[in-house]
Design a protein around this ligand. Structure first.
Ligand code: GLY
Ligand code: MN
Ligand code: MN
Length: 491
């Protein structure tokens, strides 16, 4: 549908644009929760500083179609605001406005606009931001230009440096591009040319490095409210794996398997994917982040590696299961699978608050190297090989590879443990191992003495997987006419 302006329709739309509570789920994180996160950040900010956050950019796909908008996770964490073209400032100390009001946080948001809202959706505007998100100092982003706090008085202005990858919308004088440009003027942001020409590092009060790690100390430790969201995201993603285990049959396509997972996500009201779905049959599983998912017919003898995460109210799961398409692991598939499983279980044994990420990685590597040697796939346990080329663990949360501290595990962190073995065609080993790719990835909440295995409801053990794959599926009877036949009939 291209943009043709109907005045009558616009007038009609004006009455319907007020955001209706009944159209929205009721389990979003509360405004109090976001407010408390801002207070926690304030505690961690250095003396006499301000932290500045920009909303994510709108990315154009082509012509008048943009990529689906997703808010910057820090911005969402601190505000709950999900729209573009906004800037949020959080001050260590109280500031005094011209009218004498004291405040320590202020947000500038895109204004209400009936015409725009009719095309691209409802906006909160400054009033809605105050009411819904509890940000008392909320203003139209057009006012940011003349917002006259004296930035030179701060010891530090913390923000994430710009990549110069934000487009200007020439029809909007206060979009993200303009907000960044206005901010650069306000803080005396040095031009790249000036920095390149200066013999000494340019001295200023701009800190573009510190905010990421401060945010990591906050975001890496999940609150009870976040854990509720993560548990939902994880359970929904497990349900996708379970349904596929029942429904999969040789002859299905990678895309169809992806669709079953994603349908289950949507059925449970997950609004998004935490990352593009990875569904790779046979040798496609060797591509770690394979997202083409084009293979039209998965064959009887293959395994399929499925790494998918539902995003629920902003929080994502990250779960991988690898299963035999025909419901029964071949001897070689089973040997590699059980090796990966043993590696995961070895890491689980040392998983508790205080352990290091490195200890978990080494635990998986030790098991895999020994196992590959015992199977004759590598010649020595110390061999430099590429069959397990990735790390084993990362935080999950608002990002799939979430910001957090990566030294030691701490209580209420949520991490993955995800060993894998990938043996491409023509690998330097007996060819019976070729095209076997296995990753097993689970999500864990770290506790004082150990962990809670959040994704336990998706079977992992060989016998459990094979048993579930024998169960009937609600999709067994879901058949559609052949497309070619319909097309022929229509012509
Ligand atoms: N899904 C990406 C990863 O497992 O890290
Ligand atoms: Mn992962
Ligand atoms: Mn994954």
């Amino acid at each position: 549908m291209i943009r043709i302006l109907f005045t009558v329709a616009a007038i009609f739309a004006a009455n319907t644009l007020l955001a209706q509570e009944s159209d929205l789920p009721s389990d979003f994180l509360s405004k109090d929760w976001h407010q408390e996160r801002r207070a926690k950040l304030r505690e961690k900010l250095p003396a006499n500083s301000v932290a500045v956050f920009f909303a994510n950019a709108v990315r154009n796909r082509s012509n008048d179609v943009d990529y689906v908008y997703h808010q910057d996770p820090d911005f969402f964490y601190l505000s709950g605001y999900k729209e573009p073209d906004a800037v949020l400032l959080i001050f260590k100390d109280k500031q005094t406005a011209n009218n004498g009001t004291q405040y320590d946080e202020i947000i500038f948001v895109q204004p209400r606009d009936e015409q725009a809202e009719m095309w691209t959706g409802r906006r909160l505007g400054d009033r809605g931001t105050k009411e819904r998100l509890g940000l008392e100092q909320a203003f139209n982003n057009k006012e940011f230009k003349k917002y006259n706090v004296d930035f030179s008085k701060f010891s530090q202005i913390l923000f994430t440096d710009f990549e110069n990858d934000v487009r200007d919308n020439p029809r909007d004088s206060s979009d993200l591009y303009d907000l960044i440009a206005q901010f650069k003027v306000k803080v005396n942001y040095p031009s790249k040319d000036k920095m390149a020409l200066s013999p000494e590092p340019v001295k200023n009060n701009l800190n573009t490095r510190g905010l990421y790690s401060i945010m990591g100390t906050l975001r890496g430790i999940k609150t009870t409210e976040e854990l509720t969201m993560i548990r939902k995201a994880v359970s929904i993603s497990c349900m996708g794996q379970r349904e596929v285990m029942k429904a999969i049959k040789p002859g299905m396509s990678e895309r169809e398997i992806q669709g079953i997972h994603e349908f289950v996500f949507k059925k449970y009201q997950a609004e998004d994917l935490g990352y593009p779905s990875i569904v790779g049959a046979g040798h496609n599983g060797c591509i770690l982040h394979y997202i083409d998912n084009y293979k039209p017919n998965i064959t009887n003898k293959e395994m399929i590696l499925m790494d998918l995460g539902a995003e629920y109210r902003g929080y994502t799961a990250d779960i991988t299961r690898t299963i035999p398409v025909n419901g029964k692991f071949s001897p070689e598939q089973k040997q590699i699978y059980e090796l990966v499983l043993a590696a995961q279980e070895e890491a689980m044994k040392v998983t508790k608050a205080g352990a290091t990420f490195q200890e978990l990685t080494f635990a998986t590597q030790r098991v895999i190297n020994k196992g590959l040697k015992d199977l004759g796939i590598i010649k020595s346990e110390n061999e430099n090989h590429r069959y397990y080329p990735h790390g084993c663990c990362h935080h999950i949360g608002l990002d799939v590879h979430d910001n957090g501290q990566y030294d030691r595990l701490r209580e209420n962190m949520v991490i993955t443990i995800e060993p894998g073995i990938y043996i491409p065609e023509n690998a330097d080993c007996d060819k019976r191992w070729w095209s076997i790719a296995v990753r097993i990835e689970d999500d864990y909440l770290i506790t004082k003495d150990g962990y809670e295995h959040l994704s336990v409801s998706a079977p992992r053990k060989v016998e459990e997987v094979e048993a579930l794959m024998k169960q009937p599926s609600a999709l067994d009877d879901f058949t559609l006419p052949e497309l070619e036949k319909i097309i022929k009939k229509e012509n």
